[in-house]
Design a protein around this ligand. Sequence first.
Ligand SMILES: Cc1ncc(COP(=O)(O)O)c(C=O)c1O
Length: 480
Amino acid sequence: MKPNTLSRAFDAGDFEETGKALVKFLADTFTNADQRTVIPYKTPEEQYRYWKEDFGKQGNPLDLFKDVVDKSILYHHPHYMGHQTAVPALPAVLASLVVDFLSNGMGVYEVGMVGNTMEKVVCEHLCQKLGMGTDAGGFMTSGGTLATLTVILTARAHYMHHLSKGPSDKDKLAIITSEQSHYCIERAALTMGISSDRVIKIPVDEHFRMRTDVLEESYRAATAAGKKVFCIVASAPSTSTGTYDDLETIGRFCHTKGVWFHADGAHGAPAIFSEKYKYLLKGIELADSVVMDFHKMMLTPGISTAVLLRNRADAFDTFRQEAEYLWEKQDFEWQHGGKSTFECTKSMSILKVYTLFKQFGDRIFEEFVDYQYDLTREFARQVKVNPHFEVAHEPDSNILCFRYTDCENPNEVNAEIRKRLTAEGRFYIVQTSLGGNVYLRVTLLNPRTTAKHIGKLLETIVETAKTCTKPLRRPDFDTK
Ligand SMILES: Cc1ncc(COP(=O)(O)O)c(C=O)c1O
């Protein structure tokens, strides 16, 4: 190649040199994570101005990568306790490089030979762990939200093919879930033309668990109103409080009624690896489908989600279409990823989690779940013995909602505490609303976070709360 712009983009020497320097920079960032802020917060307007100006200037990739890392939230910081996004294990980060170097497409076997096969192997392993039966299997898709839509479409296709009395049923289809389930369930239903009055939300008990005692009554009321309940979705666990629904009771109920049972294990299905905590998933073996995000509780960079089905071939019915230019046979064939998923070109994301299984086996996930679930119980303990705070619930998983109570207006003060913490950047936590009240919310996902960091966070919250009674100065949030 002549030395022009294009040839520089394919220069192996540059690639090697920049790659080495980049890995060194990332390793140093990881090692010294606690020397910087967890979130170097800037307003959207400030970010926009910065990157707009940057975009106009040419530069080398290494400086760009350093700049991006320095200006981003750092999940590897022990004070990252925010959303449920995994802190990626370092071998899985290296796998990401291979995924993007190969950039295999996955839709047809030839362009995803390794990836499609790895998906089959890993998903079969997970189905076997979950006890889903010998016909079970699965595939990867891009995120829990898309996976949920895939599953609910599959449940509908199953109902229409096998159980429905006729096409007019389609306009009466209904789903049951709890009022604490993730919003992607209702979103999937709305996308499919199932109106919100046909997404029946069962109330939760004082532990934020679906009230199974009203399931029968809700089902009957729906049926009496002419609704055809084809799918019940349980949370394993829910997003706000990390509470596992009673999967066994819900699963049995579904089997009695002949309704599809979906367990949303996007966050917490990996508890199956833990001898100590797998009791929380009792009944998951009854599920027709399970969604499991590797980019939440499996130390894997996003986006990487498994759709697991009791009958693997069901997914093919969902997307049955003819595409002669892609596939010779128009029947189900696992090796052609595009036959089972929304995506045609799809990332070979499976390599990231496969790398962790290969290097460490199931053991890494057991250690991880045990550590984080134990640490969250320790967090709750520290909150409960501290007179400034209260917990909203006992933790089932590694999610905890709590709040500062030593004030007259806890809703405003807790919201303000969270804003100030973020603007200051020393800790990253989030907030949620439960029963109309504002709670601070943590998800513990970082193997480097310890009981000491939790103590420091609580101290920082108390200090911050004291400043919230004074006139507010919010440089990073009040934008011109
Ligand atoms: C229980 C649950 N289900 C589904 C989702 C959606 O997953 P994703 O963010 O991968 O789209 C989430 C996300 O937080 C979740 O907590």
